[in-house]
Design a protein around this ligand. Structure first.
Ligand code: 5RP
Length: 246
């Protein structure tokens, strides 16, 4: 079974890009089984974990265990995968509410309903689709739990504004780095035609303060702190799936 993935910077750095972890599969599949019901409109997240959830929704539909489910994709990756697995898709501009969104995370906290996302550079669209849902369920694995959150925050910026935004990010305590394309022959462009700056703030002791600081910088289009948005986290462990609910 082959599933396209969008690699996160962490996996590129650790050299494990493309390796499917059994924990992520378990977390993704169980999330789909537990939270998706017939008749639902479902936001389909991006990344290697949600890819398993999307594939599982497709299987449940094909086998008649679910019906009348429609998906809204958060990226080209989830759009293609949903099409391949047979989930009927609706465009984002055709709906304003969703029953549930299943999305992944680069880091989550067990103490606050906040995650850092954007390892695949899809966080602008993900934030819209995650926020539209009555329930946001994060499918992930136990390795990504951290408190306080300290993953470099992906910040989508207008290309021309990258230098001034980087300067402003330094002024609010960050260490910005322009994200390069996987082949390293130039910067990565998002699906919206923008650039991504990964900004390391160290441990986020004041997550909402940092989110506010970033939002106030002109030229920033979206950032990867998904503040107070999460309802449940499904995390695949070595031999099971655990849940954290807020
Ligand atoms: C993409 C994301 C992904 O959800 C995040 O990178 C997690 O991906 P994975 O499940 O592959 O680790 O935010 O923008």
């Amino acid at each position: 079974e082959r599933i396209a993935i969008i690699p996160s910077p962490r996996r590129i750095k650790s050299g494990t890009d493309g390796v499917f972890d059994e924990r992520r599969r378990r977390g993704g599949e169980r999330t789909a089984q537990d939270v998706v019901e017939s008749g639902m409109d479902v936001g389909l997240g991006t990344g290697s974990t949600t890819a398993w959830a999307v594939a599982e929704i497709g299987r449940l539909l094909r086998e008649g265990e679910l019906e009348d489910v429609r998906g809204v994709a958060t990226s080209l990756q989830s759009h293609e995968l949903a099409k391949e697995t047979g989930i009927p898709l609706v465009n984002l501009d055709e709906v304003t509410e969703l029953d549930v969104t299943i999305d992944g995370a680069d880091q989550y906290s067990e103490e606050e309903p906040t995650v850092i996302k954007g390892g695949g550079g899809a966080h602008a669209r993900e934030k819209i689709i995650d926020a539209m849902a009555d329930r946001l369920v994060i499918a992930t694995d136990e390795e990504k739990a951290t408190d306080p959150l300290d993953y470099p925050v992906p910040v989508e910026v207008m290309p021309d504004a990258r230098e001034v935004v980087a300067e402003d990010l330094r002024d609010v305590g960050g260490d910005p780095e322009l994200r390069m394309a996987e082949r390293k022959d130039g910067p990565l462009f998002t699906a919206n035609g923008n650039l991504v700056i990964d900004c390391d703030f160290g441990g986020l002791d004041d997550t909402s303060g940092t989110a506010r600081d970033i939002e106030q910088i002109p030229g920033v289009l979206e950032h990867g702190i998904f503040l107070d948005m999460v309802d449940d986290v499904y995390l695949g462990t070595e031999d099971d799936v655990e849940t954290v609910s807020f």
